[in-house]
Design a protein around this ligand. Structure first.
Ligand code: PLP
Length: 434
């Protein structure tokens, strides 16, 4: 059996069938914005490998930081030990986080950091003598990860409905619809206000992806919505959690997407681009109010502790990634990609299968009636040398933030080609899911 045959029959890929697996490409190496395949061909990674490769693949400074750390300490349990990369990273995250979020819990993936943030909220309310406040409000159209608590906080009509039987029921406000940059309409937050009014004594926290709902809706919404959340939280002793895992680290322009709103959350989760896409690491950053309240409760310990918590290699990679963010003007890079996407994708609005074109920062989205067939997707990838991974009704790109104009233009050309293809069969028949 060739390695690819073995892969096809034995190894699950994300959101894929083993009996009718979608095609997979054989990656051998990667550098900068490109992935090199086993046959020697190269693809521009227009998805930043699920939005984490902000500085490009195999960045020499990050690779070197991992190598140096690997000579000293690859791993040690964080229960009972600490180490320099964790302390340095915590200090540096606190320095760039919204003011006051300087208490750090390291997690091994984005999903786990969201679970941790939600558990912090429940433990916080419990410490205040409100054990009945153990549900959260989330937004329709949101996505927070694939573990069970995260599924339960993600769009209730989205990709996780199959598992609704094992999920705790949380409250969902309607998906925000007023776009970034449009005139704010307070009616957009009406369902949120109603849930708070009816259920405040059951609610520990609100959670959202600020400004940019990525994996479920590719929706850019008005920052005033976040201010409304903050106001409701303050008035009702509810914690506010911002999940910046996808939108953070300049994906929408500013370092954090919520900076547009001028308000801060009580807990913020970060991941993905934290290590520049070199190793898995995430964190939940909390305010002193949250941490002190939890510590004053019973138990005073915060009850979570993953095996690979604060892995030293991942922390060293993250410190090197933060160095790169600090040295380069990444906001300018994201805004330059935004301009290029806006100019290049606007022309697609008139195509028969195109419903909408949306751009914010280094994220360009073409919403279609139905995705083209998998065979067309594969052809476009091959002919343009651009890796795209459309899902639901979205052909999109979130390229490495270091992508130059020529790279962005190649991505635009590939998206334009794909958006011009006829709609394909329903996803189930195409063996094509996320
Ligand atoms: N939160 C958001 C906003 C995400 O986009 C994702 C992943 O796409 C997650 C959480 C989950 O992160 P991970 O896949 O690292 O568990």
């Amino acid at each position: 059996m060739t390695p690819l045959e073995y892969d096809r029959t034995r190894i699950w890929h994300p959101y894929a069938s083993l009996s009718n697996p979608p095609p997979v490409l054989h990656a051998k190496r990667a550098s900068g914005v490109e992935i090199e395949l086993a046959d020697g061909s190269r693809l521009v990674d227009a998805v930043s490998s699920w939005w984490c490769v902000a500085h490009g693949h195999n960045h020499p400074a990050i690779v070197e930081a991992i190598r140096r750390q690997s000579e000293r300490l690859c791993h040690v349990m964080f229960g009972g030990f600490t180490h320099d990369p964790a302390v340095e990273l915590a200090e540096r995250l606190a320095a760039i986080a919204p003011s006051g979020l300087d208490r750090v819990f390291f997690a091994d993936s984005g999903s786990i950091s969201v679970e941790v943030a939600a558990k912090m909220a429940v433990q916080y309310q419990n410490a205040l003598g409100r054990p009945g406040r153990n549900r959260l409000i989330a937004l329709k159209g949101g996505y927070h990860g694939d573990t069970s608590l995260c599924m339960a906080l993600s769009d209730p009509d989205g990709m996780h409905t199959l598992f609704s039987g094992i999920m705790t029921k949380h409250f969902f406000a309607e998906k925000p619809t007023v776009p970034t940059g449009a005139a704010w309409d307070p009616a957009d937050a009406e369902s949120l206000r109603r849930i708070v009014a009816e259920h405040r004594d059951e609610i520990a926290a609100m959670v959202c992806e600020p400004v940019f709902q990525a994996a479920n809706a590719m929706n850019f919404y008005h920052p005033e919505y976040l201010r409304e959340m903050r106001r409701l939280c303050d008035e009702n002793d509810i914690l506010l959690i911002f999940d910046e895992i996808a939108a953070g680290f300049h994906r929408t322009g500013p370092l954090w997407a919520h900076l547009r709103s001028g308000i801060s959350p009580d807990v913020m989760t970060v991941g993905k681009a934290l290590t520049g896409g070199h190793l898995t690491l995430a964190a939940a950053l909390a305010s002193a109010k949250v941490a002190d309240t939890i510590s004053g409760g019973k138990p005073s310990a915060f009850m979570h502790g993953p095996t690979y918590m604060a892995n030293p290699l991942a922390c060293a990679a993250a410190c090197a990634s933060l160095d790169l963010f600090a040295k380069g003007d990444y906001e300018a890079k994201a805004l330059s990609i935004e301009r290029r996407f806006r100019d290049g994708l606007a022309a697609l609005r008139g195509l028969p299968n195109v419903r909408d074109v949306r751009v914010l920062g280094a994220a360009g989205v073409v919403e279609v009636g139905r995705l083209p067939a998998q065979s067309d997707v594969s052809r476009v990838i091959r002919e343009h040398g651009v890796w795209l991974r459309p899902f639901c009704n979205f052909i999109y790109s979130m390229p490495p933030l270091v992508s130059d104009d020529a790279t962005v233009d190649r991505i635009v050309a590939a998206i334009a080609d794909l958006a011009s293809c006829p709609p394909g069969p329903p996803p189930e028949e195409d063996g094509f899911h996320e």
